[in-house]
Design a protein around this ligand. Structure first.
Ligand SMILES: [Fe+2]
Ligand SMILES: [Fe+2]
Length: 369
């Protein structure tokens, strides 16, 4: 692997990665990639063993090698998701239902690249040669080849219903992860979060309004939309990690990653169930969005719902078990027989392809509106 001596070298790799993905350079050049830091409301460590001490500005201030390793891990995982999502979404640029949607997706992708840029800056500025190597590796793992570090980011995003569902539920998970890092004891990481969160809100909005516009148009069967919820939401549950996770416990004790509601929650944390705590808040939040969708779904169509946290999990106690999306345990045979009722099938794709031929499947928004 080549050595990189400066951030400029990394930028060259970043540009080569973009080219390799076939991204339209003209569109991308309009976007300014830069590192953004905000002020943070608390200069003292907010939770855990070092609570009340000054936040660490430099890696040299971090009192323990294990904490440095945990920080490195958190930043690598965050950065990996950012570049991965661009790889997942790039093919959709050719099939945007309108100019408005094309520009929206372009903005989402550029902002994800900026988030990856931000995480790479942290790695290169603070973690020496290891950080430089890791920043380079983030541009080498590839979602198309299932090399990304987390499950959601190796799944294909095949069309615009897939994309809107992804933005609504996976970017929403992103919001949760960024919020949990926003209270970090490592000040440069905490300061990176508010600008990233502001941008992330646009991604959630893109997903949410896309789904709402689709439901309002009433052309895509609600049963099929539900199957895309069933495809993505369980992967978002997995992103929160397993119960009794020692990684979550130590990240909390060391003050590097808080609870989603850290600043509002005055209760002592249950250190064995931090991931579960955050996942529950996520379920509660997506519940409200799905309820709003139900209000506008076409009359007579089935209600959309939040799939059970037992369904289709890849990690934790429910991994590999044959629960249906409502949380009923089926035999493996029953599950296999009914799988096409739970998850998108080839037949559903066929139906969607037909529907996508006309632009009336989604309420159109004029560009600049
Ligand atoms: Fe992001
Ligand atoms: Fe995002």
């Amino acid at each position: 692997m080549d050595k990189q001596s400066t951030f400029d070298d990394w930028i060259e790799l970043f540009r080569a990665w973009q080219k390799n993905l076939g991204l339209n350079q003209k569109e991308i050049e309009k976007y300014q990639f830069e590192t953004k830091y905000d002020q943070i409301p608390q200069s003292e460590i907010e939770f855990g063993h070092y609570r009340g001490e000054r936040k660490w500005e430099k890696i040299l201030h971090v009192p323990d090698q294990r904490i440095r390793d945990a920080l490195l891990h958190l930043i690598i995982y965050q950065g990996d998701t950012e570049f991965a999502s661009v790889e997942q979404q790039r093919n959709l640029l050719n099939t945007a239902p309108s100019d408005y949607d094309f520009l929206g997706l372009m903005r989402v992708m550029c902002e994800e690249m900026r988030h990856g840029w931000q995480m790479s800056t942290l790695l290169i500025d603070h973690f020496g040669q290891t950080g430089k190597t890791e920043a380079q590796k983030m541009l080498q793992r590839c979602a198309d080849q299932q090399q990304r570090l987390l499950g959601s980011f190796n799944q294909p995003v095949n069309h615009w219903i897939d994309f809107f569902t992804y933005a609504e539920f996976i970017d929403r998970d992103g919001k949760f992860q960024l919020t949990m890092l926003s209270t970090s004891a490592f000040a440069p990481l905490a300061r990176s979060m508010p600008p990233m969160l502001r941008e992330e809100y646009y991604h959630l909005l893109t997903g949410n309004t896309g789904l709402m516009r689709t439901l309002k148009a009433g052309r895509v069967p609600v049963e099929i939309i539900q199957k895309y919820f069933n495809k993505w939401i369980p992967t978002a549950y997995d992103l929160f990690g397993t119960d009794y996770s020692s990684m979550a416990r130590w990240s909390y004790v060391w003050g590097v990653k808080g609870r989603f509601d850290e600043r509002e929650n005055s209760q002592e944390p249950d250190l064995d169930n931090l991931n579960e705590h955050n996942r529950k808040l996520y379920v509660k939040e997506i519940q409200t969005y799905i309820e709003a969708m139900n209000k506008i779904r076409p009359e007579g169509s089935p209600e959309l719902y939040v799939p059970s946290t037992c369904f289709n999990r890849s990690i934790g106690e429910f991994a590999g078990k044959s629960y249906d999306p409502h949380g009923n345990l089926l035999t493996q045979e029953e599950y296999d027989l009914n799988q096409d009722e739970f998850l998108p099938s080839e037949k559903d794709l066929e139906v969607l392809r037909g529907i996508f031929k006309n632009q009336d499947w989604i309420i159109q928004v004029k560009s600049g509106a």
